[in-house]
Design a protein around this ligand. Structure first.
Ligand code: ARG
Ligand code: ZN
Length: 894
């Protein structure tokens, strides 16, 4: 329960800390019900800060203070004040030791911030402000201390005791207890603290750094999962090598640990030397994890590892600077994945995600700059804007600098700021200092919210061979920012001729270029004109290659021009984007006029791509996937949820019918590569292939299956059932199940039910696979889905206390099933509001995230708006809602 109205924290109010903590000695007497935390803090006045009223103000929440002493003198109650959020010690000396002892209750901690239980283990999550739930502290990232930690616990229940840094010693204690001591030589902010205690299995490996140091790698998990950690370990070693090769960054301790936990609010956490992970981003075997899961693990393992330099060695001065570490680290993990699995396909996946989630956020009531200027609850700002758009800002700077200068700039950043807590401004300054570029205007990207729109037009002067491209940029107002100024950005482009070949890109007044290919132009003005000369024919411009800036680009292409790009653009991202635009055009026309057949040119272009034997199948799977319903919705003034769903399904049926033979042929050709499982013995004749090439083949094959199952005849049905039953990988099994589940609410419903029952029986003991079982049902577009979701909320395996399970049912329904969530009677809205209300007192961070689909209410028709708004108002009227929810509701209702 929260009493007072929460108050915003503002960037402009930032003050350096009045006190610093040099060393923190902590002792945890661990117990699930009641844990005692003793802290001895070496504190001194910060010479660089203004002198306040002489008192020390520490953060602390939900702590029961048992003892407090200053320089070994127990403090009488008149010398300190404790309230719900702080401990204020009056008139302290310039340098002193403060000792406190508090009691906390891990088993009662459902918010999963601070110390909590996950299954049978105890673990922590401190970022952003969880540390203050364990002890009184200056819980802010610009206070960096050396930590020494003693953990004491029952030796049978908690045989493994872990914290940051190096293990110092272990002791057996009387009464069946034992003790472990850890010391972290690197000063760090409290948000990077971690401890884990439990009966855990461990797999080990080692890594030799470029300079020849041996690092022990330990991965911890619940014993039954020990055979599912090989991929995470391999990914870790690949990431360690990659960071040495691409950024010159070596790991700095002798031990690196990852612990997989089953209850976790986010993906994972980069605590120094002791990363704690949502089990979803560690555990995988081909039978239980999809190719996407494998890719997700590699990217999150790399992400958290990369934080050791971009986040830990150099951290954030305050939480407004969150993108300093998150944007840069996402950029680094995206580049790592591109090097591992394929550059174009990785970039397409990243752009898809940006358009599906970040663009709508930037156009809605929650829009905020990459460096926000105010927040009520910082947990609400772990957003796709701070993360993914933040990564785009680093990517643009890398592109403007070019690879050599960008490397020099990151070298400078690591050298200049190692050991410091800094700002995004410090980062940009390094980019400038190392390159000589002026990024004054570029800084607007950090300050202005909203997605810029580039309106492009062109004309052709055949007589001169001159092609003139005009680019206008503007950004719509966002909350609190009515006026926007033009931004500096790279615009990568090429010019394509009729035969599909690249033409030279030569600007007027320039010498002839060495050869055709991609050019990077720089935009700075609201309107700019580029004149390309020396052309023998009117080119088709291939714009925003590699998605060189996070913008919406409009160009009046003809269908024929898009088809040409879709068939021939050598830039995979542009090729995919052309296909998306063509499909979007067809689909939006079908929304307005249902029953319009797609133009034959579209079907032909589609058939051509399907039959392209040269291109990477993974790329073709992207080119041939229609834009998502939510992306299409974002292209409309008022989202026509039903119209979009109907149009998209209809187009898929038309493609499936028109190209049945082609789809089947490609399906079979690709399926031949898969090992066969003997259903009875459940054994395969070969190991499944997990190479990027094999994953690409499965992606294209399952795309074909997805189309075919839109118009299933007996042969297609049999094929889908066979794939489901004999799959050697979860990728293929889930694709089969996804196909079969479409039969729900048809006269072949029993096939869907059989498959679902079979899947449940096979996997009811595996939480991560069971999450898929929940999600796939919650995402089914059949009309009965809302009722089924309600039933599943009462299922024995549903648990409101497990965030993965909550996301797999409630999140998958609200965010991943637009047509059912937006049912005209408001039943979907009601369900989400009820569950958010139920969750808010338990886990406000998760509740606030789940609410997001409702916050977009202004994008819908009047009747849906009224229903959505009523649910939001209902939530706001409740007593004691969390600051998390309070902030989100305030932004979207006022
Ligand atoms: N820093 C973590 C990451 O790697 C995210 C932790 C966020 N936690 C939170 N409670 N908001 O991205
Ligand atoms: Zn991160």
């Amino acid at each position: 329960m929260y009493r007072d109205t929460p108050k915003p924290t503002r960037l402009e109010d930032y003050q350096p800390p009045e006190f610093l903590i040099d060393r923190a000695e902590l002792r945890f007497d661990l117990d699930a019900v009641e844990t005692l935390v003793s802290a001895a803090l070496e504190i001194r006045r910060n010479p660089a800060a203004k002198r306040g009223d002489g008192s020390l103000r520490l953060d602390g929440e939900q702590l029961e203070l048992l003892e407090i002493a200053l320089d070994d003198r127990a403090l009488p109650p008149v010398e300190y004040v404790v309230d719900e959020r702080t401990l204020v010690v009056q008139r302290v000396p310039d340098r002193f030791q403060l000792r406190t002892r508090v009691r906390i209750h891990p088993a009662a901690n459902t918010a999963l911030e601070g110390l909590y239980i996950s299954g049978d283990m105890l673990c922590t999550q401190c970022e952003a402000e969880g540390f203050r739930r364990m002890t009184y502290f200056l819980d802010r990232p610009d206070v960096m201390a050396r930590f020494a930690v003693t953990l004491v616990a029952d030796a049978t229940r908690y045989p493994v005791l872990l914290s940051n840094g190096n293990p110092i010693d272990q002791e057996t204690l009387p009464g069946g207890r034992h003790l472990a001591r850890w010391e972290d030589p690197f000063p760090k902010p409290s948000y990077l603290f971690a401890l884990v205690a439990g009966d855990l299995a461990r797999i080990e490996d080692s890594f030799t750094t470029a300079s020849g140091r041996e690092v022990a790698l330990h991965l911890y998990m619940e014993p039954r999962n020990r055979d599912k950690c090989g991929h995470a370990m391999r990914s870790l070693k690949a990431a360690m090598r990659w960071d040495e090769e691409h950024y010159g960054r070596e790991y700095d301790l002798d031990l690196f640990m990852i612990v997989a936990v089953s209850h976790f609010n986010m993906g994972a956490m980069e605590n120094k030397g002791l990363n704690v992970f949502n089990a979803k981003y560690v555990l995988a075997s081909p039978e239980t994890a999809t190719d996407q899961d494998f890719a997700g693990i590699a990217s999150v393992v790399a992400h958290e590892y990369f934080h050791n330099w971009t986040g830990n060695r150099i951290t954030c001065r305050d939480w407004f600077q969150l993108s300093l570490k998150e944007g840069f680290t996402v950029f680094r993990d995206q580049e790592f994945s591109a090097d591992q699995g394929g550059r174009d396909v990785q970039r397409i996946a990243d752009v898809r995600a940006l358009r599906a989630r970040q663009f709508p956020e930037d156009a809605g009531p929650m829009a905020h700059p990459v460096r926000p200027s105010s927040y009520i609850e910082i947990n609400n700002f772990y957003t796709t804007t701070v993360y993914e758009k933040g990564a785009e800002l680093v990517r643009m700077q890398a592109r403007l600098l070019g690879p050599e200068r960008f490397r020099a700039a990151t070298d400078l950043y690591f050298q200049r700021h190692d050991g410091q807590a800094v700002t995004t401004e410090d980062f940009v300054r390094c980019m400038e200092d190392a390159s000589g570029l002026d990024l004054t205007q570029f800084r607007r990207w950090y300050e202005q919210a909203g997605t810029p729109v580039l309106e492009c037009t062109a004309d052709w002067e055949a007589g001169q061979g001159t092609y003139r491209l005009e680019v206008r940029q503007h950004t719509d107002p966002t909350p609190g920012q009515p006026e926007k100024s033009p931004r500096h950005m790279p615009l990568a482009l090429g010019l394509i001729g009729t035969d599909g070949r690249e033409l030279p890109v030569q600007l007027a007044g320039e010498p002839a270029p060495i050869g055709p290919g991609t050019r990077v132009l720089e935009l700075r003005e609201a309107r700019q004109v580029f004149e390309f000369v020396g052309l023998s024919e009117r080119p088709v411009p291939s714009l925003l290659r590699g998605f060189s800036a996070p913008v919406k680009l409009r160009f009046p292409y003809s269908d024929e021009e898009l088809t040409r790009l879709m068939a021939a653009d050598p830039d995979g991202v542009a090729r995919w984007n052309a296909a998306q635009q063509l499909a979007e055009r067809v689909l939006l026309a079908m929304v307005v006029t249902p029953d319009t057949p797609p133009p034959q040119a579209f079907i032909d272009a589609f058939a051509a791509a399907l039959g392209d034997q040269e291109a990477d199948p993974a790329l073709l799977a992207e080119v041939l996937a229609l834009p998502s319903e939510s992306y299409l919705g974002d292209q409309m003034q008022a989202v026509d949820v039903d119209g979009i769903h109907r149009a998209r399904e209809a187009l898929m049926v038309q493609v499936a019918t028109a190209l049945r033979a082609d789809l089947l042929e490609r399906y079979h050709a690709l399926h031949r590569f898969e090992p066969v499982t003997d259903q009875a013995a459940a054994s395969t004749d070969r190991e499944p292939d997990l190479s990027p090439a094999a994953m690409g083949r499965r992606a294209l094959k399952n795309l074909c299956l997805g189309y075919l199952m839109r118009a299933p005849d007996d042969a297609v049905l049999a094929l889908c059932q066979r794939q489901y039953a004999t799959a050697a990988t979860m990728t293929d099994r889930i694709a089969g199940l996804r196909g079969l589940i479409r039969l729900r609410d048809t006269d072949q419903a029993e096939l869907a039910e059989q498959a679902l029952t079979d899947f449940y029986q096979r996997w009811s003991q595996d939480a991560l696979v069971l999450d898929k079982w929940f999600a796939i049902q919650a995402q089914a577009s059949a009309p009965g889905t809302l009722g089924r979701v309600k039933q599943l909320l009462r299922h024995a395996n549903f648990s409101i206390g497990n965030p993965n399970r909550v996301r797999s049912l409630i999140g998958a329904f609200a965010a991943g099933n637009p047509v059912c969530f937006h049912a005209a009677d408001g039943g979907g809205y009601r369900l989400l509001a009820e569950q958010v209300a139920r969750l808010d007192p338990l886990n406000p961070q998760l509740a606030s995230r789940l609410l997001h689909p409702l916050t977009q209410w202004r994008r819908h028709d009047a009747s849906r708006q009224a229903l959505m708004r009523a649910e939001l108002e209902g939530l706001r009227a409740r007593d004691g809602i969390s600051p998390d929810l309070f902030e989100v509701l305030g932004k979207c209702l006022d």
